[in-house]
Structure formats: C-alpha cells, structure tokens
Design a protein around this ligand. Structure first.
Ligand SMILES: [Zn+2]
Length: 263
C-alpha cells in the first residue's frame, strides 16, 4: 500500500515537474489524498492510501443492495434538481444581461443625439474618442483627416475651434502606444491596439480624464468625467438630467465589464 502511494505521488510529481517546477511535492500528495476520498453518501472514510484500497473499501462497506440503490436514486434526483436550478438561473442571467444591453444601447443612442446637436464638450478623453472613431470604421483604420471628420460629424462641439482640438487629436495619436501609424494604399492610416488601450485604462482606473491633453480642460469637466463610472452608466433608470450629464456612454467599457462578469 505504501509503495502504491509512493508510485502515485512520484508519477504525479513527474507530471507536475514537466509543466512547472514550482509545485512542492507535498501539493501532489495532498491532491492524491483528496482524490482517494470515499464519496459514498454518509461515508467519511478517509483512510484509503491507494485506488486499490479505496475499491476494496467500497466492495466491503457499500455492497449492492436495496439501500444502496435507494441512495443512488436519491443522488440522481439531487443532481438533476441542481442542474434544473442552474439552467433556470442561467436563463435569468441571460435575460438580465440582454435587458441591460438594450438599456445601454438606448442610452447611447440618446447621448449620441444629444452631443450631435448640443455644443457641449463630450466628457471623454481624446484617446477614447479616437479609438471609438477607429473601431467604428470598416477596416478599423482611419486617416488623420477621417478621424477629424468623425469628430465633426458626431459632435457639435468639434464643429468650432478646429485648430485647438485637431492639435489635441494629433498629440494624443502620437502620445499613446495603443495607436499605430501604418502606411497602406490610402497613405498613412491610424489603427488601435484595443488590448493596449484597455490595459492602460485599467491602470489609470475608469473615467479619469486625460491630463496630458493639450486641450484646456475645466475642473467641472474633470469632475463630470470622474463621476462617470461604469456602475453609474450601467444603471438605466436615471433621470433626464442624469442622462444628459452622464453623456456619451462608453459602450466598450461597459460591455467589457459585462463580459468579465459573465465569464
Ligand atoms: Zn465509503
């Protein structure tokens, strides 16, 4: 029996050391002991030192009879009930996620409309806006001029003071590692590395305004931006004022959060 356990733990150790050399041998012993637990309902036998001993224990202690068949049926019923409950909860989760996604889309459409008509500065960083412009394009790449056009088409605010904000756009494109300039048939186009964008964003925390932007930011705008957390964005029962103040919904940020929570 001892040698059988040694064989098991040694082979486990070899397997572990093939993939990782950091696991101490005691971990694999603990795993083997756990695996050798008798799981028969009501049995708390923790003694088996090997699979051979475990099966000998089962034959001896849990023979085939009406009582064991009854226990088996009860266990089948238990597993089915839990599976049915899980399926129901999963449906609930999908309904909730779908509802919030719809709210989000509606809110986003409203906010887009608001910023398209109102001469209010959108409370988003230039980097976020540039990324949005790029990811909305067919090939996820835009020339500098196409980025300018996207800003003007979507935001009344960017239909004036062109020199100032265009300078900020150029500054942000060259500043952030997530934006890359690529030469193709159209000439120079800009692409975005989304993982780099989100990595940087997570480091900074959500909703922090771009401090290095050359565009002058008012402290009120900064306050607005800071209050724009994904949590408040996800809440869809807000008042009209809140809708206007929370402004453009950063769809990607919220949907990223959904994805993480749904994992
Ligand atoms: Zn047992």
């Amino acid at each position: 029996m001892q040698s059988a356990m040694m064989d098991l733990s040694q082979s486990k150790s070899r397997n572990l050391s093939a993939s990782s050399n950091s696991s101490p041998p005691s971990d694999s012993n603990a795993e083997n002991i756990l695996r050798l637990l008798c799981r028969w309902p009501g049995c708390h036998h923790r003694g088996p030192q090997s699979e051979v001993e475990l099966s000998a224990h089962a034959v001896r202690e849990h023979p085939l009879d009406f009582a064991r068949l009854g226990q088996l049926r009860a266990q089948v019923a238990c597993v089915r009930a839990i599976e049915a409950r899980l399926a129901e909860e999963r449906l609930r989760l999908m309904d909730m996620a779908r509802h919030l996604r719809d709210c989000l889309a509606e809110k986003q459409a409203k906010n887009r409309e608001f910023y398209n008509r109102s001469d209010t500065r959108p409370p988003f960083t230039y980097a976020s806006l540039i990324r949005q412009a790029i990811i909305e394009s067919i090939n996820r790449q835009l020339t500098l001029n196409e980025i300018y056009i996207w800003f003007q088409r979507n935001f009344a605010f960017f239909r004036r003071n062109e020199a100032t904000w265009k300078n900020a756009v150029r500054h942000n494109l060259s500043l952030h590692k997530c934006f890359t300039r690529v030469e193709n048939v159209k000439g120079a186009v800009w692409t975005v590395d989304d993982s780099e964008f989100h990595r940087r964003r997570l480091q900074r925390g959500p909703g922090v305004l771009h401090s290095s932007s050359s565009h002058s930011e008012t402290s009120a705008a900064i306050q607005r931006q800071r209050s724009l957390s994904p949590a408040t964005l996800a809440g869809c029962g807000g008042s009209q004022t809140a809708d206007v103040d929370s402004s453009l919904v950063d769809k990607e940020e919220v949907s990223m959060q959904y994805k993480q929570e749904l994992k």
